[in-house]
Design a protein around this ligand. Structure first.
Ligand SMILES: *Cc1c(COP(=O)(O)O)cnc(C)c1O
Length: 416
């Protein structure tokens, strides 16, 4: 018998080794329960202070002289991120551009590294930008995009993927954690499967980085991209990151031949001759404020430790599922119930998910709505308490029982 009392949630918080990290974040509105850290993380206090310093000192006083310290920051922060959260040895991760742009850059590099192979494989429920970039690339490069069907709740099955990857496949591009349901793929197993057929694999770790341990080197991954504004808490539109396995860097080329990838950049050479290193995957001037915010976000997660963050993510999502089962008839937990098969967010099915999401926001609980009828709840392990999960589900139960959501428009807003 599970204990559904608020006291129990308080006891879980009292025993939580990460509880203190909540105070490391800029205060939110009192009483607000934020369950959307998987879409936009909260700002760390350290970031607020550090950015104020970068503006006042590095930029304000140092002016252009500060480029001597800024120039290496995207690679240094990439190394930190690689070591702490991605299982990547130094020299393989770079903070740059957006996830969308990095995905394009690395997907082109992969196609060029597998000439003669005509097929790009992804799944039909992959994140939209991933599907669109690959669709565009297939059209531009006269390749075929093979969309493997994935269940929107349980995720992609390995059997379906195995049947779709063959000797004509150049690239397989997949999300480690599915954005809608939170379904988690086995990176090492899938990477092996792709390599057995001679193709390359590009992992999108946007919904995984900072929430689940990632072992890019150990899994043998070729390429990866991810964003920094979700669990890494670097702020809206902060730059993304990319990973390229060291052994392939010198032979891979990305399509944007910018001056930040150039060997001896400030020689201003006559033609493009890229560095043989991860630097060749850079394009133009990096967004230093954003890169610095990534550094602070990663430092904070590193202090918490990815294994402890993962353990708490499993505990929070398991607790959320227990409460949903007990309290929410008319809903269904559609995220995989095996914690080893999910990331750190939970998706609930309800035919009125959109109106429920609006009613929850009015009740000061911030969830996410996702098509077609899913309510997504993301308890970010570093700042979410068990009592927040208890409160959120309790308010949701009340909204469902009283049908308070019926007052809200059924028509969807521009941003959901
Ligand atoms: C959030 C997310 C993105 C976002 O890409 P942007 O270029 O930052 O807009 C891409 N892929 C996945 C899987 C995501 O979850």
């Amino acid at each position: 018998m599970i204990d559904l009392s608020r006291d129990h949630a308080e006891r879980l918080d009292a025993a939580d080794p990460l509880a203190g990290f909540r105070d490391e974040f800029v205060d939110a509105e009192p009483g607000l329960i934020y369950l959307d850290g998987n879409s936009l993380g909260r700002p760390p206090k350290a970031t607020r202070e550090r950015l104020a310093g970068v503006v006042a000192d590095e930029w304000g006083r140092g002016l252009i002289r500060s480029w001597s310290q800024w120039i290496d920051r995207p690679a240094l922060v990439g190394d930190l991120l690689g070591a702490e959260l991605l299982g990547a040895a130094p020299g393989q991760v770079m903070v740059a551009d957006s996830t969308t742009v990095n995905l394009y850059k690395l997907a082109v590099a992969a196609l060029d590294a597998r000439p003669g192979r005509r097929v790009i494989v992804t799944d039909d429920d992959n994140f939209p930008t991933d599907r669109y970039v690959l669709e565009g690339l297939a059209a531009q490069r006269e390749r075929a995009l093979r969309l493997v069907h994935a269940d929107i709740d349980q995720g992609l099955s390995i059997a379906a993927l195995r049947a779709a990857v063959d000797a004509d496949t150049a690239l397989v591009c997949l999300s480690h954690v599915a954005y809608r349901s939170g379904a988690l793929l086995d990176m090492a197993e899938i990477t092996d499967l792709v390599h057995e057929r001679g193709a390359l694999v590009l992992w999108d770790v946007c919904h995984a980085a900072g929430a689940v341990p990632i072992e890019l080197d150990a899994a043998g991954a070729d390429l990866a991209v991810g964003c920094s504004y979700k669990y890494l808490n670097a702020g809206p539109g902060a730059p993304a990151f990319l990973y390229v396995r060291r052994a392939t860097q010198a032979t891979m080329r990305q399509p944007i031949w910018g001056w930040f990838g150039q060997r001896d950049q400030f020689e201003m050479g006559a033609s493009y001759d890229p560095e043989p290193t991860i630097a060749r995957f850079a394009t133009g001037t990096p967004a230093i404020l954003g890169v610095t915010a990534v550094e602070e976000g990663v430092r904070l997660l590193a202090a918490a430790g990815i294994d402890r963050l993962r353990a708490k993510g499993v505990a929070l999502t398991s607790y959320l599922i227990e409460l949903a089962d007990a309290w929410l008839p008319g809903f269904a937990v559609v995220t995989p119930r095996d914690p080893a098969r999910r990331g750190s967010h939970v998706s609930l099915y309800h035919p009125e998910a959109w109106r429920l999401a609006q009613a929850l926001i009015e009740a000061k609980v911030i969830p996410d709505y996702r098509t077609p009828d899913r309510l997504r709840l993301g308890p970010a392990p570093i700042y979410t308490r068990f009592v927040d999960v208890w409160e959120a589900l309790n308010r949701l139960r009340d909204i469902a029982e009283t049908k308070a959501y019926e007052r809200f428009p059924a028509r969807r807003a521009r941003v959901t």
